[in-house]
Design a protein around this ligand. Structure first.
Ligand code: NAG
Ligand code: NAG
Ligand code: NAG
Length: 381
């Protein structure tokens, strides 16, 4: 017993030392701007990200899929000015939040070497095209679905347990933030495509309930892996995205109500289920952040935020640049900073910054219930 305890201690020391080296080398290589530099004291042990293209940081670069952002102009306004697989001109919300937490940008699961040192401050499992339903997005090619991403996290946890022991690994996970942004592809690439005649079989309300309860079940699975701090973001107003303005023949940039209504309904149900789950799991902190509300605030008050191009994407082709996806630098506008939409489905990094600020501390408008992320990591249980 004594020797085992000793061994455990020395392993922890080694892991701690590795951790310090990793922090140093990562902050060297990522070079976030000074105002956003990680603080010396992280507010969470690590950041784990689960989701779709809204938060993919490079998973799909390694998959056979049409849904990839590993070419310019994607990434042209990112810290490195290089494409990374992020579906934006610059940072995605989890980048801004990682820095707020005092952590580096977390690597994509498939984009790192698979060692404990690579993953100890967090991993991003998100995969563009992924949905809550396994087959959502399959017509684009390969993706890692919600259930598969959670399986990958379970593999990461196994590695942590082997390396630092059960107790240390469980403590690390319970002090980490989990950010989940998924569900839109279950509409875009499943329901709205009428896959397997789903439109006839399920009314939107039934389809929504099915998705929200599946998501809730997955959060319970994470809880059983000792996850205690969770952010669920809900769905964005995808009915306002340039692709749907083009596809539904919007005349003056009016959003497609039919699509937005489904997102609103999903958010309503998910928020309700998250609230119930929080009661069921009193030692967990689970918050729901409504990106629909936050995004509608930006669309409505776009002038105040400095956006004067609100319906047309920066990069793409056709009306609203919503017809053909963003494939080359020549298809992009000169300066995306006054645009809300970067490509036919995804916002610019200026929008991502505002949404992240709201999730962090409700800076522009309240989006998170029952509390924002800063309160969760600084005050809550
Ligand atoms: C969905 O597909 C079925 C056949 O598979 C068809 O009968 C139905 O009309 C379609 N629904 C819509 C809204 O297109
Ligand atoms: C938006 O503002 C920029 C200058 O800030 C101007 O060059 C551009 O023409 C404007 N675009 C629209 C669609 O009003
Ligand atoms: C884009 O425009 C904004 C404000 O109009 C300006 O601050 C920024 O430097 C421009 N970015 C580029 C890359 O030209």
């Amino acid at each position: 017993m004594v020797t085992r305890q000793k061994m455990k201690t020395s392993v922890s020391v080694v892991v701690y030392l590795l951790l310090c080296t990793v922090i140093l080398s990562v902050s060297e290589s990522q070079k976030p701007s000074p105002s956003n530099a990680p603080s010396s004291l992280p507010l969470a042990a690590a950041l784990f990200v689960i989701g779709d293209s809204s938060v993919d940081s490079g998973t799909n670069n390694f998959l056979g899929t049409l849904a990839r952002a590993d070419h310019l102009p994607y990434g042209r306004d990112f810290d490195t000015h290089q494409p990374t697989g992020r579906f934006s001109n610059g940072r995605i919300p989890v980048d801004f939040l990682a820095l707020r937490l005092g952590l580096p940008f977390v690597p994509s699961y498939l984009g790192q070497a698979g060692t404990v040192e690579d993953m100890i401050e967090g991993v991003n499992y998100a995969s563009a095209g992924a949905g809550i339903i396994l087959s959502s997005g399959s017509e684009l090619g390969q993706h890692i679905s919600l259930t598969q991403q959670i399986q990958q996290f379970a593999d990461t946890l196994q590695l942590f347990i082997l390396s630092m022991g059960q107790d240390a690994a469980n403590t690390l996970i319970s002090k980490s933030v989990f950010y989940i942004s998924i569900g839109i592809n279950d509409y875009i690439h499943y329901y709205l495509l009428n896959v397997s005649n789903v439109d006839n079989l399920y009314l939107p309300w039934h389809f929504n309930s099915f998705l929200a309860s599946s998501l809730t079940q997955e959060i319970k699975n994470l809880y059983n892996l000792n996850v205690r701090k969770v952010v669920i973001t809900g769905l964005a107003p995808i009915g306002c995205a340039p692709h749907y303005l083009w596809q539904y023949g919007s005349g003056n940039g009016e959003c497609v109500e039919q699509i937005n209504n489904m997102a609103v309904e999903f958010n309503f149900l998910t928020r309700y289920m998250v609230e119930n789950l929080a009661e069921e799991l009193p030692d967990a902190n689970i918050i729901f952040c409504d990106v629909f509300e936050g995004s509608m605030d930006i669309l409505k008050n776009h002038e105040r935020y400095g956006f004067n191009v609100t319906t047309e994407a920066c990069c793409g082709m056709g009306k609203y640049k919503g017809w053909i996806m963003c494939l080359s630098p020549e298809m992009a506008c000169r300066n995306a900073s006054n645009h809300i939409w970067w490509d036919q489905f995804h916002p610019t990094d200026a929008v991502n910054a505002i949404l992240a600020d709201n999730i962090w501390n409700s800076r522009h408008t309240k989006m998170c219930y029952p509390m924002n992320l800063e309160d969760m990591v600084t005050q809550a249980k």
